[in-house]
Each structure stands twice: as structure tokens, then as C-alpha cells.
Design a protein around this ligand. Structure first.
Ligand SMILES: [Zn+2]
Ligand SMILES: [Zn+2]
Length: 342
């Protein structure tokens, strides 16, 4: 069966080609037709460098691990043909100690599409059709917009960080950085009833954060940030920048929590780790999610979140290069979506 796929062939180089799906679907897989996918910061690292966090791709790969799709062939797995499903891209081993305790994000043998850490690499979702394990798919109630459902995976990552930080309705939260992950952290904190402030370099990103639940925003370089010092129970670092991390250490109150949601890439900028000790800050890391994938799908199904205000643009699979260039430009506020055709 022929279909259109995008393929990252080198840094900043994406080929569009017609490919064939295998004649046979693997027994534990279903065949899926793309509804909507979205571009993640991780995809952008591969796009820019053909590598992420020190892991280089061995060969060209289709990017994309955030998507929802329609069931094309359920392959005997009990899903209705044509049903819209959310896709949890974490293919955990299911048998190790971490999997048995529910911490699938810590599974040493998990596999992940469009990633150099999985060998051999598994092609991701920026293509019109793909096969994926049926146990990773979840049906949703009728009427859910696929352009919202594609947020399930990144929202689950943000909600996992919110849970790790212990955010509840008493918590005063600062989110540093209002890229897609910061905006989804705001969504996750709002679902907990917390009071949320944000920082970003761009007024447009602050506006988007306010649209989904932040009560106040500070534009870095324009507003006075000194009033943020020692003020927040929890700071969620979502800028991925060492400056953002230093701001988080400054803004957390004594014995507060700094939760790191975005990967901070190695740089020469010094981190003020003495504040971590002097203020007895609890620093918590966060990667992927565990049960939060279901929580994220539930929140999307509820219709309570204005995901349309978090969409920066829509592109067809054949325009994946232009979609990635828009994300790489830094001009986009929110997520760039990829659809079967524009
Ligand atoms: Zn992602
Ligand atoms: Zn495992």
C-alpha cells in the first residue's frame, strides 16, 4: 500500500517520498491513518543537528511522536474501523521492574518513534499511514477534535512535571518560558487550581499563556523581574535555557521546588547552584509521563481547554520542511501541526 512520508535525511533536510507499507501488519500492531501530528522540541533538535542530547541518528528517519490517528485496519484488536485514537508513543517492555511499578518512562528497554535512542530507529508519525502497537492506542469520545487530541503526549509530559512538583490549589507557580511545553504546564497547573505566573521573551507567548490560565506574565528584558525573587512555591523551568534555570532558582521561595520540564542543553553559562543549597530548594527532573497520558486525554475530552489558542499553524505532510522551518524560526507561538494534507 502506497503512502506519502517525510524523511529527515540530514540536518535541515527533509525529503518527501512515496513509500510502501508492509503487506503484513505485525500481530500486536494496528494500521493507522494520520489525523493530526504536532512538532515537539525534540523533533527540532533532530531537525537542526540530526541528533538530540548527544544521540545521533544512524540513518534517515521520519520524525514525529505526537499524533492521533484513525484506525485503518484494527488487525483483530477490537477497535472500530475509522475510530479516532490517541497514541501513547512510549512502547514500554511491560515486564521490567520499572514497568511493573507503573514507571514506564523509566523502562530501560522502552522504544520510541523518531528517536536516536531507539535502535534500530522506529519511524515517527509525520507520514500519512503507519503501523503502531494496538496497546498504545486509546479511543476517545465522539466529537473530539484531532487538532486538540494531538496535544495528548506533550500535555501528559507537562502534567507529569506538575505532579512531580506537587502542584495543588494552594500552590503559587511560576512557569519560566512559554514555548509549547511552558504553555502546556500552565494548562496542567490550571487543572490543579493553582495560581500561575509566567515569564517569556515575547509578549505574544505571554498572551497565549494568559489565554489558557496564567493570571500574570512578565516579559524578560522589558518588565522588572526583581519582584519575582523568593516568591513561588514551585517554579517550572520550561525555557530550556540556563538563564531560565537561574531565574527559577531565584524565584523559588526558601524550601520551594524547581521542576525541570525542558532539557537544558550544555552551555558555558554558569548555573547558580549555591542557591539550591542556601534556600534548600528541592530540584526535580521530569521526563515523559506515566499514568498522565490518560489524564491528558481526559482533560482534552472535557473540552475545558482552548487548544486552538495554542496552534501556531497547520501544514500538510508534504510541507513538513516548511513546518519545521517555522518552528526553528522561533516566531511561532504554540504548536505547529502536521495534517495529511494542508
Ligand atoms: Zn514531544
Ligand atoms: Zn520495562
Amino acid at each position: 500500500m502506497g503512502y506519502t512520508r517525510s524523511l529527515l535525511t540530514a540536518a535541515r533536510s527533509i525529503a518527501i517520498e512515496e513509500a510502501d507499507l508492509p503487506g503484513e501488519i505485525a500481530p500486536d500492531h494496528m494500521r493507522l491513518r494520520l489525523a493530526t501530528a504536532s512538532i515537539c522540541g525534540t523533533d527540532m533538535h533532530y531537525f537542526r543537528h540530526f541528533a538530540n542530547a548527544g544521540f545521533t541518528l544512524d540513518y534517515p528517519v521520519t520524525l514525529g511522536h505526537e499524533a492521533c490517528a484513525y484506525v485503518e485496519d484494527a488487525n483483530g484488536h477490537g477497535f472500530a474501523a475509522g475510530a479516532l485514537v490517541a497514541i501513547n508513543p512510549v512502547i514500554e517492555c511491560g515486564t521490567c521492574e520499572k514497568c511493573r511499578s507503573g514507571d514506564i518512562n523509566m523502562c530501560p528497554d522502552k522504544r520510541f518513534p523518531g528517536s536516536a535512542t531507539t535502535k534500530p530507529h522506529i519511524d515517527g508519525f509525520f507520514r500519512n499511514y503507519f503501523d503502531f502497537p494496538a496497546r498504545c492506542c486509546r479511543t476517545v469520545s465522539k466529537g473530539v477534535d484531532p487538532d486538540h487530541l494531538t496535544f495528548a503526549e506533550p500535555l501528559a509530559c507537562a502534567m507529569h512535571c506538575v505532579n512531580r512538583a506537587g502542584v495543588d490549589r494552594q500552590t503559587k507557580v511560576l512557569v519560566t518560558g512559554c514555548g509549547p511545553m511552558g504553555l502546556l504546564a500552565v494548562v496542567g497547573c490550571r487543572a490543579r487550581g493553582a495560581q500561575i505566573h509566567v515569564t517569556d521573551l515575547k509578549q505574544g507567548a505571554i498572551d497565549a499563556a494568559r489565554a489558557v490560565g496564567a493570571s500574570k506574565g512578565y516579559v524578560i528584558g522589558r518588565d522588572d523581574l526583581t519582584e519575582l525573587s523568593n516568591r513561588y512555591d514551585v517554579v517550572i523551568e520550561a525555557s530550556g535555557s540556563p538563564h531560565g534555570y537561574n531565574q527559577a532558582l531565584d524565584a523559588a521561595r526558601k524550601q520551594g521546588v524547581v521542576a525541570v520540564l525542558s532539557l537544558i542543553q550544555p552551555t558555558d553559562v554558569p548555573i547558580n547552584l549555591h542557591l539550591n543549597a542556601l534556600k534548600e530548594i528541592t530540584s526535580t527532573g521530569s521526563i515523559l509521563f506515566t499514568r498522565e497520558f490518560d489524564d491528558a486525554v481526559d482533560l482534552i475530552e472535557s473540552g475545558d481547554v482552548d487548544f486552538d489558542s495554542l496552534v501556531a499553524g497547520r501544514f500538510g505532510v508534504a510541507e513538513t520542511l516548511a513546518a519545521c522551518e517555522l518552528m526553528a524560526s522561533g516566531e511561532a507561538v504554540g504548536k505547529v501541526l502536521i495534517k495529511p494534507s494542508a
